[in-house]
Design a protein around this ligand. Structure first.
Ligand code: 5GP
Length: 195
């Protein structure tokens, strides 16, 4: 897996509330570069329809999740709407060593942990055009109950308060445009590190 001649990749902290369209923007980013990878998180929440274990998440039990905490196996982890989510350390390190730019698609509490550990991290907060639009998108997904939607909207208003902790804020008014903006930010960051 290791490609020794490559430069180490860039770690990108990519945060945005549930429903803002992080997945769609990531899909557009993959079209722009084959050097971009998303870190696959562990979670204790059940899979949504269509989600594949090992691709969208590693779906684990609470016991399995806690075991990896004890082994110091997470770069960060957090509780979100009653479930655990965490970034396995080893996978991220391997991908960075192999020269990939690794995106951590994670919520704010985990994001703040990453900023503490890596103050230099390229941090990007993806914003909805408006809270009304976010609600429409969450409902449009059709995968969550009303309770869960309300909880996620509450969580979103809390999370957005932290947007200024991130180096960049990008509005997802259109996934292709937002991905192009994120890609420019990434390339400028890499150029600035090289010079
Ligand atoms: P969802 O249940 O909608 O897939 O994810 C809920 C929230 O958890 C999203 O904001 C998502 O970005 C975040 N998330 C996913 N993986 C991780 C992770 O490894 N760590 C943290 N802290 N948050 C995560």
């Amino acid at each position: 897996m290791k490609r020794m001649n490559n430069k180490r990749g860039t770690l990108v902290l990519f945060t945005g509330s549930s429903g803002v369209g992080k997945g769609t923007v990531m899909g557009e980013l993959y079209k722009l570069s084959d050097k971009i990878k998303l870190s696959v998180s562990n979670t204790t929440r059940p899979p949504r329809k269509g989600e594949i274990d090992g691709v969208h998440y590693n779906f684990v039990t609470t016991e399995q999740f806690k075991k990896l905490i004890e082994e110091d196996g997470y770069l960060e982890y957090a509780g979100y709407c009653g479930k655990y989510y965490g970034t396995p350390k080893r996978q991220v390190e391997e991908l960075l060593d192999a020269g990939y730019d690794v995106f951590l698609e994670i919520e704010v509490k985990g994001g703040l942990q990453i900023m503490e550990k890596y103050p230099e991290v390229l941090s990007i907060f993806l914003l909805p055009p408006s809270m009304e639009e976010l609600e429409t998108r969450l409902r449009g997904r059709g995968t969550e109950s009303e309770d869960v939607i309300q909880e996620r909207l509450r969580q979103a208003s809390e999370e957005i308060k932290y947007k200024n902790h991130y180096k960049y804020r990008v509005i997802n008014d259109d996934a292709q445009r937002a991905a192009a903006e994120v890609f420019d930010i990434l390339n400028n960051y890499k150029d600035s590190k090289e010079n």
